[in-house]
Design a protein around this ligand. Structure first.
Ligand code: HAS
Ligand code: CU
Length: 596
């Protein structure tokens, strides 16, 4: 899109219907953020024994709500909103049919409501419904069928969203046969392609095993199988959260810094690498699972180490682009240019702090990924420390920061208070630095995750990096700051929505220094990359899955390979077929008699 046109007309001026959809998706995302934040603060204060307003028996309900609303709902609704904006903006063409778009939005919202109701009902004793299965919803924990049905509906919604994006791009391609895929669209499409592969496994797990099991159609499932299918999806889903943040770091952050993206081809390579490598690594969440051979775990570890590459490339490209921006603004010196960046802009500072935190989160991820050191931190609170830096900051803080930049363009309303915005993003950073650091340190002491009572009465934790109690205080203060930061973010947005509409809020995105024509055309061959990605997944998972099913059956040991509910169906079929066979036999016999 040419800068001149866009500077006159904002996104909402040009595409009012699409802007409405983006706003709806973002607001759904922020609703989930509010709910997740409320559960988060209750749980932080409970775990650290600062304030206990719920019984510990409700802790799993709380933790499930916190995880599902934030990790699944907040992230995915933001993603579909952001992707709709990025696709339409970069193709400079409307969606094919917004009725379809509203349909997938409604399907996703319905699915998430079903799942949310099933979880929240767990707080009400008089309702016989609960879903205390955590956001990693594999067996043997079992939820009410509504929880699984809602998730299935939600995932189908995201699949239709992906199809909507692909169809719109294909229409654009027919209109522009010789052009390269615009970078943002390329990022949207590779992410959705990765999502189709990743989510297929969890959809299979829900539809074939967990839902029939919770409906009572089958008596048991094979826990190792449902865990493995979950982690088949559970690792790539973290890149499904991260890739929209990368889209913003690559395409929006350099512009805010006053510069341009350093290299468009490198950005494409990074997204292709994520498509190829995100999925064949999920077993790194199962290093301590029995029933999976060490060799498969080792292969998964090796694949994970390759997967560090796209993030390290990103660190280089994004920092180089930001540095270019600073130098354009007159910055000089080895590090002196850092002072020439627009630190007063919440969208800039928020994204930079998110990127900085990601470096720390990525390093703790490298510790997780090592098979031997994983034994030290697995199932300790180190792991929540890790993912609050990655999804909880690199992703969440980038989304909040980007909202300060995107919202005016999709609503024609200026942000109510940009200084509160700046304060808010810095507060998030400080809160997370305290909370996550203390979580990592406690994890090294062996403090478990996922428990309301980490104290183990009568057991003293060894003192290192400061004592257990002191770290608890850091976690409580950090968690409280995060809650305050979320309240400020939401309040600012609500007040923004009350602002009068205005003009002049349009922003353009400049082309990259090294543009798409510098990269080989094969990079745009989505079919090729999708095919290779599928092949890698088959190579990584065929044998482990076959071994798991061979050992424990599809439905766990002793049940046989076929679901129990097929027995009555087969009996009924046999009952219907037997007389028929009898008739055929009789007829044949009489025919033989006649002929004879
Ligand atoms: Fe992870 C567990 C390994 C990245 C999320 N991870 C989790 C769980 C979650 C999660 C939610 O191998 C818990 C699941 C559960 O409940 O059990 N993770 C990794 C590795 C990476 C990684 C190797 N994780 C992420 C991201 C997440 C995420 C991203 C969410 C968005 N993780 C694991 C493992 C476990 C695990 C094991 C299982 C642990 C266990 O035992 O249970 C890598 O992708 C990390 C690569 C990144 C880097 C950092 C590069 C530095 C950069 C700097 C950026 C700076 C920029 C500019 C852009 C090596 C890119 C600003 C710069 C300035 C100077 C201002
Ligand atoms: Cu992982």
């Amino acid at each position: 899109m040419s800068g001149a046109v866009e500077s006159k007309q904002s996104f909402v001026d040009k595409y009012p219907e699409e802007a409405r959809i983006v706003r709806a998706a973002l607001l759904s995302s922020f609703l989930a953020l509010v709910l997740g934040a409320i559960f988060g603060i209750i749980q932080t204060l409970h775990r650290t024994d600062v304030a206990r307003i719920i019984p510990s028996t409700d802790y799993y309900t709380l933790l499930t709500a916190h995880g599902v609303f934030l990790a699944i709902s907040f992230t995915t609704f933001f993603l579909v909103g952001l992707f709709t904006w990025a696709l339409v903006r970069s193709l400079d063409r409307p969606l094919l049919n917004t009725k379809i778009t509203w349909t997938w939005y409604a399907i996703m919202a319905t699915g998430m409501t079903m799942t949310g109701v099933a979880i929240l009902a767990g707080f009400v004793d008089s309702i016989d419904m609960s879903a205390d299965v955590l956001f990693t919803f594999y067996a043997p924990l079992q939820a009410h069928p509504l929880f699984y049905a809602g998730l299935a509906v939600f995932i189908v919604g995201t699949w239709i969203a992906g199809a909507d994006f692909f169809r719109t791009w294909l229409a654009w391609k027919r209109e522009h046969p010789d052009e390269r895929i615009p970078l943002q669209t390329f990022m949207v499409l590779t992410t959705m392609a990765m999502w189709y592969i990743a989510s297929s496994a969890v959809a299979a797990s829900v539809l074939l095993f967990l839902l029939p099991w919770s409906l009572g159609l089958i008596d048991q499932v094979n826990p190792t199988l449902t865990r493995t299918l979950f982690w088949f999806f559970g690792h790539p889903v973290v890149y499904f959260w991260l890739m929209p943040a990368y889209l913003l770091w690559y395409t929006v952050l350099p512009k805010i810094a006053g510069g341009r993206l350093f290299s468009d081809p490198l950005a494409r390579v990074v997204f292709v690498l994520f498509l190829l490598l995100s999925t064949p690594v999920g077993i790194h969440h199962q290093y301590l699972d029995p029933g999976i051979a060490e060799g498969f775990k080792f292969i998964s570890m090796t694949n994970t180490m390759f997967l560090l590459l796209p993030s390290l490339l990103t660190a280089f490209t994004v920092v180089a682009s930001v540095e270019y921006g600073a130098r354009q603004r007159g910055g000089t010196g080895l590090l002196g240019w850092l002072t020439d960046l627009p630190w007063r802009k919440p969208e800039f500072t928020g994204m930079m702090l998110a990127g900085l935190m990601f470096a720390a989160g990525g390093f703790s991820g490298m510790v997780n990924a090592g098979m031997n050191i994983n034994y030290m931190i697995h199932n300790t609170i180190w792991v929540p420390g890790h993912f609050h830096l990655t999804v909880g900051t690199a992703v969440a803080l980038t989304f909040m920061a980007a909202t300060y930049w995107i919202w005016p363009q999709i609503s024609n309303k200026a942000i109510y208070s940009r200084s509160v915005g700046l304060f808010q993003v810095v507060l998030w950073f400080i809160g997370m630095a305290l909370m996550s650091n203390a979580m990592h340190a406690q994890g090294m002491m062996g403090v478990p995750r996922r428990t309301a009572e980490p104290e183990y009465s009568g057991f003293d934790y060894p003192v290192m990096f400061g004592g257990f109690e002191e770290l608890n205080i850091q976690i409580a203060i950090g968690g409280t700051l995060l809650f305050v930061s979320t309240v400020l973010f939401i309040a600012n947005l609500v007040l923004t929505m009350g602002n009068p509409e205005t003009t002049g809020l349009a922003e353009s995105l400049p082309p990259a220094l090294s543009g798409p024509s510098d990269s080989p055309r094969v990079l745009d061959s989505l079919r090729l990359w999708f095919g290779i990605a599928l092949t890698l997944v088959v190579l990584a998972y065929a044998l482990p899955l076959a071994a798991i099913i061979n050992r424990g059956g599809l439905l766990g040991p002793g049940v046989g390979t076929y679901p129990a509910w097929t027995t009555p169906v087969l009996d009924a079929l046999a009952g219907a077929v037997t007389p028929l066979v009898g008739v055929v036999g009789d007829v044949t016999a009489s025919l033989v008699g006649v002929i004879g």
